[in-house]
Design a protein around this ligand. Structure first.
Ligand code: F6P
Length: 341
């Protein structure tokens, strides 16, 4: 059996650990051959490949990024895209594919499975917004990076008596903001799922200064005030129709300065949250997902995805995982409100 492996969408720490685990189990236990596809779905679409064997995966466990490269290529948006993939898989002698990705990459995998391609999915994303799995790998690393930034910002905020805003990733889901904000002792957390009132935010900021502290506000890039849409960096959209978010932190700083008279500054963490070495937890999760993905290939569990439930790894239908995003429940968010202000 020849198994193709690809990584698609925004990269995240742990992708290489999955690739390593797949190969390290698949070669000795099942006698499989592997072929890496470059740059997400662009690989099978354009027959861009990379050799993948045991020597190729040495030293990959702690390495961030992905040795296969990634892209947001959408074969369903390209003329004859799907037919090209089928032809290339056949010509390359690839019997099955393991697609490691988030909602978009696995959305493509779901549709390819429906037309008969042998595909198994592995969920990744720093946003942690895929349904059906308790966590995706990459999330824990991103949360730890954001928490460390918040820890550092507390001291400089207090030295200057400034409001400091930390803008974190999370397009439609506030998981990073909520977890990092709680872990870092933020005074206000703003997430896409719950619209915020800027008057209330300014009241919390003033209350914090009155206690002789300086407020730290953690905001998801997709957070929205009550009367405004998401803040966009540019109007451009990717191949899956997603706009580029960014700028809500600067908008907040301007409003806070104007309304409270206090200085405010913004730190945008951006792609720092996706770079570098994975945490122990992400290495553990990514490795286990890889081991279970190759078992799923061996069992012929096509159209399924590895998922974490508690501490168990199970297989669930890709269609279930990609039907809707897993967002923060307002009741979970309200737990954090006791620390606001
Ligand atoms: O989906 C992961 C993610 O990091 C989002 O949090 C963010 O909005 C987006 O990707 C950024 O994408 P890009 O790297 O293409 O700018």
């Amino acid at each position: 059996m020849r198994v193709g492996v690809l990584t698609g969408g925004g990269d995240c720490p742990g992708l290489n650990a999955v690739i390593r685990a797949i190969v390290r189990k698949g070669v000795p236990e099942y006698g499989y051959q592997f072929l890496g596809f470059r740059d997400g779905w662009r690989g099978p679409l354009e027959a861009l490949t990379k050799p993948l064997d045991i020597p190729a995966v040495r030293g990959l466990l702690p390495r961030g990024g992905t040795i296969l490269g990634s892209s947001r290529t959408n074969p369903f948006g390209i003329e004859d895209g799907v037919q090209k993939i089928r032809t290339n898989l056949q010509n390359l002698g690839v019997d099955a594919l393991i697609a490691i990705g988030g909602e978009d990459t696995l959305g493509v995998a779901t549709k390819l499975h429906e037309i008969g391609v042998n595909v198994v999915g592995v969920p990744k994303t720093i946003d942690n917004d895929l349904s059906g799995t308790d966590y995706t790998f990459g999330f824990d690393t991103a949360v730890n990076i954001a928490m460390e930034a918040i820890d550092r910002l507390h001291t400089t905020a207090e030295s200057h008596q400034r409001a400091l805003i930390v803008e974190v990733m999370g397009r439609h889901a506030g998981w990073i903001a909520l977890h990092a904000g709680l872990a870092g002792g933020a005074n206000i957390i703003l997430i896409p799922e719950v619209r915020f009132d800027i008057d209330q935010v300014c009241k919390w900021v003033e209350a914090r200064f009155q206690l002789d502290y300086a407020p730290i506000i953690v905001v998801s890039e997709g957070a929205k005030p009550k009367d405004r849409d998401e803040t966009l960096l540019t109007g451009e959209k990717d191949a899956f129709g997603h706009v580029r978010l960014g700028g809500i932190g600067d908008w907040l700083a301007g409003e806070i300065e104007n309304r409270t008279g206090k200085e405010a500054r913004t730190t945008v963490l951006g792609h720092v949250q996706r770079g570098g070495t994975p945490t122990a937890r992400d290495r553990w999760l990514a490795t286990r997902f890889g081991l279970h993905a190759i078992d799923a290939v061996h069992a012929g569990n096509w159209g399924q995805m590895t998922a974490l439930r508690g501490t168990d790894i199970t297989m669930i239908p890709l269609s279930e995982a990609t039907r809707e995003l897993k967002v923060v429940d307002p009741s979970l968010y309200s737990e954090a409100e006791v620390f606001f202000g």
